[in-house]
Design a protein around this ligand. Structure first.
Ligand code: HEC
Ligand code: HEC
Length: 226
């Protein structure tokens, strides 16, 4: 990522030329610098391999499987590398990520980043969700802004993410700090919370209370969230 400033100075060039440069020099940073479109179409077949679990077009239909469409592409790519290098704990994703090369993971990440984030609105227990809202405001809003709708290159969206997945993740972050990349502050805050608190938070993120910001502050498209 340190070469980003050089790469961002590059002006748009014809896709065929770009492909040749990429093939020859593997200027991977270019892919991250606003010139990814030549590659996103190629990524679609790669992405189909993910849909069996992650749902049609990467939008989850299961409670314990995350939606991946519309995640910020940098977060997506870093997460796949973390799975691949066993820096992030996962039930399935470790071996799946190891089946791909870095440039394929970049293509998938860029493809996903062009999709809109589709948060699911679920039926939740309103009392739990309200408790979750209070906990969120106190411990989480600082980074997971806009009631968890915010996302950027480091921070994944929480609002509308699969509820059971979020709960498992929070438990893993809390219990397996050394196997889950996370800011120290997040670890400290999760450590203070009980299982009941985590359930309340996952209800909050799955429910309509997170929508309070929807009209006033639409989330950044995944591609622009830096
Ligand atoms: C066998 C089912 C399965 C397949 C196939 C699969 N995944 Fe996953 N994925 C999961 C599960 C389960 C998780 C939650 C972490 C874990 O337990 O591994 C996950 C988590 C993720 C995450 C983390 C999401 C977040 O919010 O941090 C990303 C990114 C991801 N998968 C991308 C992919 C991509 C890209 C593919 C295709 C190349 C893929 N997955 C294929 C099951 C699958
Ligand atoms: C200091 C900033 C910060 C704070 C405070 C914080 N988080 Fe996070 N959170 C992050 C970052 C950064 C990540 C991505 C970590 C990674 O790279 O895997 C994350 C990831 C997550 C994820 C995983 C989502 C996914 O798609 O896999 C969950 C769930 C989560 N945070 C919940 C919370 C909750 C609940 C709180 C409050 C108790 C909280 N976070 C507080 C920064 C923060």
């Amino acid at each position: 990522m340190e070469k980003l400033t050089v790469a961002t100075a590059v002006q748009p060039v014809p896709p065929s030329f770009l492909m040749r440069i990429l093939a020859r020099f593997r200027l991977l940073t270019l892919l991250f610098a606003g010139l990814p479109f030549a590659h996103t179409a190629d990524a679609q077949p790669l992405y189909w391999a993910c849909n069996g679990c992650h749902g049609p077009n990467g939008i989850s239909v299961g409670e314990h499987i995350p939606t991946i469409a519309g995640l910020n592409y940098r977060y997506f790519y870093a997460t796949m590398q973390a799975f691949r290098k066993d820096r992030r704990k996962g039930s399935s994703m470790g071996w799946i990520a190891k089946g791909y090369k870095s440039d394929q993971l970049q293509q998938i990440a860029l493809y996903s980043g062009t999709q809109p984030w589709v948060g699911k609105l679920e039926e939740v227990d309103p009392r739990l969700a309200q408790r979750g809202q209070v906990l969120h405001a106190e411990y989480c809003e600082e980074c997971h802004e806009q009631n968890g709708r915010f996302q950027d290159k480091e921070t994944p969206p929480l609002a509308g993410q699969a509820r059971g997945y979020l709960l498992y993740q929070m438990q893993d972050y809390r219990a397996a700090a050394h196997q889950m990349p996370q800011p120290a502050l997040m670890q400290e805050r999760l450590e203070k919370l009980s299982d009941a608190d985590l359930i309340a938070l996952s209800e909050f993120y799955a429910g309509s209370l997170t929508r309070e910001y929807q009209d006033s502050a639409p989330p950044e498209p995944a591609f622009r969230g830096e």
